[in-house]
Write a protein that binds this ligand. Structure first.
Ligand SMILES: [Zn+2]
Ligand SMILES: [Zn+2]
Length: 389
């Protein structure tokens, strides 16, 4: 795959290595404005950095898609790109976004509508001021029986918390804060990039609008330090593999008193050697012997809750199913339990003792004498078929 590097304007010869904007967004060349927006929205949701923390591939895809959107949404830039390609745009002084915050600044209004007030909203619509702490992600693996009952797990995370040295103020000694001279206290600066105006977070004060006269030496003035924390996670009964929980406010603390991010917990339910989950039902495949199937039997079967008794009726066929009511998984919403579905598989013996062989041959002899009407009809149909070949 072609990769393009960001925050770096490629030399003339390297330009052809850039990926086509239409293929980045996966849209045809004649896509209209709403298709472009829709495609970008889907990509931005998928590769959003808050959704994929610490994933450089996702971040690169996010940036690539944003650059493609920046060009294709604008009729003039799109016309230049369609006629002269990446080189044409480069000559106008266009280059993509050097960092993720620039993207949020440039598309902030659209993002607001895109992502609502959820995790994605945290970087937008706040104007100047320190951003909310980052949301963190952790995975928890449990087994099926734990998923059925619910379980509490302790996980260790490393997150940014209030700096112990300066109690989160970011200051060492006196001096207080003074208005940032670079942005005049607004926290944002607008830069002209070619004919593109881009608002970015002020690099001098990181969006705070003010600077600390004597920054704390431990946290360099941001008021935060990394701490290891043990978090207790209560996984609810009925949870399914791949589901995600959000622990509000358990992510990184925000700088200078800004609200903390959240902790997202991804649940993975391990496969069970005996049981297979189908929604709230649990499937259990049980081998039974030919004689159990023919004569019927009462057997003990395992369930995710312990064990239960199953009555196999006389003349049970291989593949038949029996339902054990209420022995399945509880529904996450209301705790109502599904069933355990027992699929019986008739096991044909591979090895026989002399005595068993003798008994089965005796049985076979009776079968020849007492053919059921069903079998007789079947054999007649086969005979007719062969005769008419
Ligand atoms: Zn500033
Ligand atoms: Zn500090």
């Amino acid at each position: 795959m072609l990769r393009l590097s960001w925050g770096f304007k490629p030399a003339l010869g390297a330009m052809s290595t850039k990926q086509d904007y239409y293929s980045i967004l996966g849209i045809p060349r004649d896509a209209d404005e709403s298709q472009v927006k829709r495609a970008y929205r889907a990509m931005a949701m998928k590769y959003h950095p808050d959704k994929n923390p610490g994933d450089p591939d996702a971040e690169r895809n996010f940036k690539n898609a944003s650059e493609a959107y920046e060009v294709l949404r604008d009729p003039e830039k799109r016309r230049i790109y369609d006629s002269y390609g990446h080189e044409g745009l480069d000559r106008t002084g266009f280059h993509g976004f050097s960092n993720v915050d620039d993207i949020f600044s440039a598309f902030g209004d659209i993002f607001g509508g895109f992502f609502g007030g959820d995790v994605f909203g945290e970087r937008f619509g706040r104007g100047a001021g320190p951003p909310r702490g980052r949301s963190l992600r952790v995975a928890v693996e449990i087994d099926l029986r734990e998923a059925a009952r619910g379980v509490t797990r302790k996980v260790e995370i490393s997150r940014r918390e209030r700096c112990g040295e300066c109690s989160g103020t970011g200051e060492a000694g006196g001096g207080g804060r003074s208005t940032c001279r670079y942005c005049g206290g607004r926290g944002r600066v607008v830069q002209n990039q070619g004919w593109l105006r881009v608002a970015t977070t002020c690099p001098n004060c990181a969006g705070r609008g003010s600077v600390i006269a004597n920054p704390c030496s431990k946290c360099s003035g941001n008021g935060l330090e990394h701490k290891k924390r043990e978090i207790s996670i209560t996984v609810p009964a009925g949870v399914e593999s791949g589901q995600q929980m959000r622990l509000s406010g358990e992510g990184d603390y925000g700088e200078n008193g800004a609200p903390p991010g959240d902790l997202y917990v991804q649940i993975h339910v391990k496969e069970h050697p005996l049981f297979e989950r189908h929604g709230d039902d649990v499937i259990f495949r049980m081998p039974i012997s030919f004689t159990q199937a023919a004569l019927g039997d009462e057997v003990e079967v395992p369930t995710i809750w312990g064990k239960s008794t199953l009555r196999i009726s006389e003349g049970t066929q291989s593949g038949s199913t029996f339902r054990l009511k209420g022995e399945g998984m509880p529904a996450l919403q209301n705790g109502r339990k599904g069933d355990e579905i027992v699929v019986v598989i008739v096991d044909v013996p591979r090895k026989l003792s002399a005595r068993q062989r003798e008994l089965l041959q005796e049985l076979a002899a009776t079968e020849k004498k007492n053919i059921t009407p069903q079998r007789r009809r079947f054999f007649e149909t086969v005979k007719d078929y062969l005769k008419n070949l």
